[in-house]
Design a protein around this ligand. Structure first.
Ligand code: SF4
Length: 384
């Protein structure tokens, strides 16, 4: 099964997998100590992009680009500019409204900011995670709070939208430290915050260390309380919540993420990158050497392709929609349901509304504030 080249694709994801260290909580496709492969990988990646563009019946008009990783701020300047030129020659970029680059503090030289701007970057997403250097070092992320503040000074007035990522529930961060960080964060020259709950993924060192009782996680209830405190603090400082984990000053909501949430097509390039053409999902192979070789020799690089059942699509719509301030359209969930299924679903909505977990209007369902931190459970209850 191939990506539908005629799909209405307006968004691209580009994966840069190189990292200077491996954080113990990281589930992403990322490689440490492989920098010698950067140029070879770049060339393969550019070939994948050009080959894709050549197959499309018309030049695609691209609106959003997201460069994720890995650590894309380690992409050498010369090669990053080459990538930008290849995007411009392969696609129509005149409607581009957002081009994001992920950057990690401590991996950036000041001169790079001008290069990013020249490459067309409009949005930088900075991986702050925590300002507690000791906690981060224990998680094998040797990043310092001073690196964060320096990168903010360099980008704050230069890049249209600066976003920061923080992780709530990291072991070793006290409530007081978290609150101090948030109170400092709201004074930074940023327009967007993503706040993620710590997830423990199997096959990560954090998972193994937790199994060996090397550390304890904070209590769930305490983390949820802190989450609500943070939501309120962001609101007090003009960061509107438009999704469970996403907060923005007006007009700075991430356009690219909305493509994912609305289940619109996007094409991903690079090792382990995912794509969705509106019908099918694809995932590229995750082995760096095999990826480079296969692109070069025109062998298939897609490792997984799948179509979802109607029930899976419904659950996905529900989970993605419930997370958003705009809610989920009732009609989108009822689509294709038999009469008894619709009745069961609407009864579940009614029940959860009575329990104050949901709000509804004529068209949509919304999470209530008290269920923001348990949206997965709510989605499962609605469709069981
Ligand atoms: S910097 Fe990001 S991608 Fe790299 S190891 Fe850490 S969490 Fe993973």
């Amino acid at each position: 099964m191939n990506y539908n080249y005629a799909a209405d694709t307006r968004s691209l994801y580009i994966h840069w997998p190189f990292c200077p260290y491996r954080c113990h909580f990281c589930p992403f496709v990322a490689f440490v100590g492989q920098d010698a492969f950067m140029e070879q990988y770049h060339n393969a990646l550019m070939k994948e992009i050009k080959d894709f563009a050549a197959q499309c019946p018309e030049k695609l008009i691209i609106e959003t680009v997201y460069i994720g990783g890995g650590t894309p701020s380690t992409w050498p300047n010369r090669l990053l500019l080459d990538m930008s030129a290849i995007l411009k020659s392969s696609f129509t970029m005149k409607n581009l409204s957002e081009m994001t680059l992920e950057a990690n503090p401590g991996t950036v030289e000041q001169e790079q900011i001008a290069v990013w701007k020249e490459a067309g970057i409009t949005r930088v997403s900075i991986g702050v995670q925590s300002l507690n250097d000791t906690v981060l070092r224990r998680l094998n992320r040797p990043q310092k709070a001073s690196d964060v503040r320096q990168l903010l000074r360099w980008t704050g007035n230069e890049i249209e939208t600066v976003s920061v990522d923080v992780i709530i529930g990291l072991p070793g961060v006290t409530d007081e430290e978290w609150k101090e960080m948030i109170q400092e964060l709201v004074t930074w020259p940023i327009k967007h915050v993503s706040m993620y709950f710590l997830s423990i993924h199997e096959n990560t060192p954090l998972y193994t260390r937790l199994k060996k009782n090397e550390f304890a996680l904070p209590e769930d209830d305490a983390v949820v309380d802190l989450y609500y405190w943070t939501v309120d603090t962001f609101a007090d400082h003009g960061f509107g919540q438009y999704e469970v984990s996403s907060f923005a000053k007006a007009g700075h909501e991430s356009l690219h993420n909305q493509v994912y949430w609305e289940r619109k097509p996007y094409k991903g390039f690079g090792v382990g990158a995912c794509s969705f053409d509106g019908e099918l999902r694809f995932e590229n192979m995750k082995n760096l050497e095999r990826y480079c070789k296969s692109v070069t020799t025109h062998e298939p690089i897609v490792a997984v392709s799948e179509s979802l059942t109607l029930q899976q699509i419904r659950l996905e719509r529900l989970m993605l929609g419930l997370r958003r301030r705009s809610g989920v359209k009732i009609q989108d969930i009822l689509e294709g349901m038999k009469e008894h299924e619709s009745e069961k679903f609407l009864a579940a909505v009614h029940e959860l509304e009575k329990e104050k977990f949901l709000r509804t209007d004529a068209e949509n369902i919304y999470l209530s504030k008290m269920s923001l931190a348990i949206e997965n459970e709510i989605a499962v209850r609605l469709l069981r």
